[in-house]
Ligand binder design. Structure first.
Ligand SMILES: [Zn+2]
Ligand SMILES: [Zn+2]
Length: 356
């Protein structure tokens, strides 16, 4: 079963009507949070990186901020969501694809508490992080494993890192679990299998409704034992379209599918927002999902399903059923692949000329 099939199955479970409503309402309602929701977790679209905004009853936590190319996006996303200050700012670890946007956010928003793991990095972005902390008279501390904090209606428990001498910076990632009522979210940054094994032996609760897959869906994280302990109903993967690491890795997708998790990916859906009232989670996302489960609604879309190979250009927005399409005559570079490849590459419009 492919990840697409899995999403399809689960989307039927939450109901076709509600999902379509989510998608269409998203355009107008993406900026406003439903009044019933008590805690909202936004997985921002920072490409190859990670940035998660958690809001609960007016309280906010920013967990990572994405890389330098998305730093201003992260700031403007927060501003658009009426964030004026941050209760918690968490640098999961000091790799650039997590830390850049944190520095950007600290420049703009007053912050109360800053968390980061207890190691140093010999990088420019780490220096910038230290400079902004000094400029704002903030100190960065590593919260103790097992400690708990309140964020509005949500409880946050620290799960990692429990060690202090890792070979890989990723294993220093601060992992935490957010719980509101019967729903929960697990963020592990880029924690790899060494830290996952420590979390497993800690005896702390790992089971979570939503798992933001570690290390962008890389196979260095999300070990089978760990994912089986988390038993997520939903997995969110933050990764860039066509990223050079091949994230998410096939092994990770298989591990997540084996526990029957529905998979949402920022490279396919853009920013993904999960709102919970403590009982159920409502999902919204930015982009039209490249999932064919709803495609049968229109004749045009259902014929798309039969296209095994489609063609597109690096700059165009359409996909084509033949490389001989008249509209491609002047294109020097024509790429080909499956329809889902085309949709992932943001080629979402069926060509008016050749796709019937
Ligand atoms: Zn990363
Ligand atoms: Zn990393």
């Amino acid at each position: 079963m492919t990840p697409k099939d899995k999403t399809k199955k689960k989307s039927h479970k939450i109901g076709r009507g509600s999902q379509l409503l989510c998608c269409t309402a998203l355009l107008s309602c993406f900026m406003s949070i439903s009044a019933a929701a008590q805690t909202t977790v936004h997985i921002l679209d920072v490409g190859q990186g990670l940035s998660v905004l958690v809001e609960s009853q007016g309280h906010t936590m920013l967990y990572d901020g994405g890389d330098s190319d998305r730093s201003s996006y992260t700031v403007s996303y927060l501003q658009q969501h009426a964030v004026s200050s941050l209760d918690y700012v968490v640098a999961s670890h000091y790799d650039a694809d997590h830390l850049n946007g944190i520095v950007g956010a600290l420049n703009v928003f007053p912050a109360q508490t800053v968390w980061g793991p207890d190691y140093t990095a010999d990088t420019r972005i780490y220096q910038s992080f230290q400079s902004i902390l000094a400029a704002k008279a903030l100190t960065c501390t590593q919260p103790a494993v097992g400690s708990q904090y309140q964020l509005g209606d949500a409880q946050i428990q620290i799960l990692a890192p429990s060690g202090s001498d890792y070979n890989k910076p990723n294993d220093y990632s601060i992992a935490l679990r957010i719980q509101d009522g019967n729903t929960s979210f697990l963020l592990t940054g880029d924690a790899e299998q060494e830290s996952e094994a420590e979390m497993l032996s800690s005896g702390l609760p790992l089971a979570s409704t939503v798992y933001v897959a570690g290390h962008h869906g890389s196979s260095t994280s999300s070990s089978r034992e760990f994912v089986e302990a988390v038993r997520p109903e939903y997995a969110v993967i933050s990764c860039g379209a066509g990223n050079p690491y091949g994230n998410p890795h096939k092994e990770t997708l298989e591990t997540l599918q084996a526990v029957d998790a529905s998979i949402f990916r920022t490279d396919e859906l853009g920013a993904i927002v999960a709102s919970t009232d403590g009982t159920a989670i409502t999902w919204t996302w930015e982009k039209e999902p490249p999932v064919l489960s709803e495609a049968h609604d229109t004749a045009a879309a259902s014929s798309d399903v039969s296209l095994s190979t489609v063609y597109w250009t690096p700059k165009g927005k359409s996909y084509h059923s033949t490389r001989n399409c008249a509209t491609l005559k002047r294109s020097k570079t024509i790429l080909e692949g499956s329809l889902s490849d085309a949709l992932s590459a943001n080629k979402k419009d069926p060509c008016d000329v050749c796709v019937k």
